[in-house]
Design a protein around this ligand. Structure first.
Ligand code: PGA
Length: 248
């Protein structure tokens, strides 16, 4: 089954609205191949500028988090319906949110459901820490994240879910997983999807790799059978570098 490659930028807490517009102006001049889908996940405050800048293009826009409630007394939080006015995607469960903001598979499952209710496509992040890998707990960790995070999602809802495998030890460290290491876990994640959902869901779901992906290593990763794209942090902040990855 053909899975269209998806290259997503995760800007994290970088770029003001003005800086985002500057990026967009430059990025639009660089050609991005038709066979790939490109999404930029930016801070909430940059979404209006990006929405305007990329209005007549195929570039998708995403947020990096939402709250799991519809609305209410949650000072400082942003809801799915607020994001939906400005974006089509949302990252859920990035390891930095799990690590620094105490997000658990259980709360992430609620966020995923809320995002789906509002027709947002979800980029659901999973991945093991260094100590988990060293204790040979990679598979058990990602399996638990997939099962608990995607609990009670229907086959139809799974059409709007993209998984990003991001080994925590590879994020922002310059230490990328080798294509073989990544492929092994991606194939395993697909087998978990097959077991817990169906063969069809497993074949259709896109699984991105993230963790120090850059213009140099992107191609060898993207050539792997079960790697359907990338979630790129550091190397996505520069339009030239990000375009290079999109063209890998
Ligand atoms: P990185 O971040 O590319 O800077 O390692 C990836 C991510 O955290 O999504």
């Amino acid at each position: 089954m053909e899975r269209k490659k998806l290259i997503a930028a995760n800007w994290k807490m970088n770029k003001t609205a003005a800086e985002s517009k500057q990026f967009a102006d430059e990025f639009k001049k660089l050609a991005v191949p038709e066979d790939k889908e490109v999404v930029i996940c930016a801070p909430f405050t940059a979404l209006p500028a990006l929405n305007e800048s990329f209005a007549k293009t195929k570039i998708g826009i995403g947020a990096q988090n939402i709250h799991f409630e519809e609305s209410g007394a949650y000072t400082g939080e942003v809801s799915a319906s607020m994001v939906k006015e400005l974006a089509q995607f949302v990252i859920i469960g990035h390891s930095e949110r799990r690590q620094y903001f105490g997000e658990t598979n259980e709360t992430l499952n609620k966020k995923i459901k809320k995002a789906l209710e509002h027709d947002l496509s979800v980029i659901f992040c999973i991945g093991e820490t260094l100590s988990q890998r060293e204790k040979d707990e990679t598979k058990i960790t990602v399996e638990k994240q997939v099962i608990e995070g995607l609990k009670d999602t229907t086959p139809d809802q799974m059409n709007s879910i993209i998984i990003a495998y991001e080994p925590v030890w590879a994020i922002g460290t310059g230490k990328t997983a080798t294509p073989q290491q990544a492929e092994e876990v991606h194939a395993f994640i697909r087998s978990v999807l097959e077991k817990n959902h169906s063969k069809k869901v497993a074949e259709k779901t896109r699984i991105l790799y993230g963790g120090s992906m850059n213009a140099e290593n992107a191609q060898s990763l993207l050539l792997q059978k079960n790697i359907d794209g990338g979630l790129i942090g550091g190397a996505s902040l520069d339009p030239q570098k990000f375009a290079k990855i999109c063209n890998s």
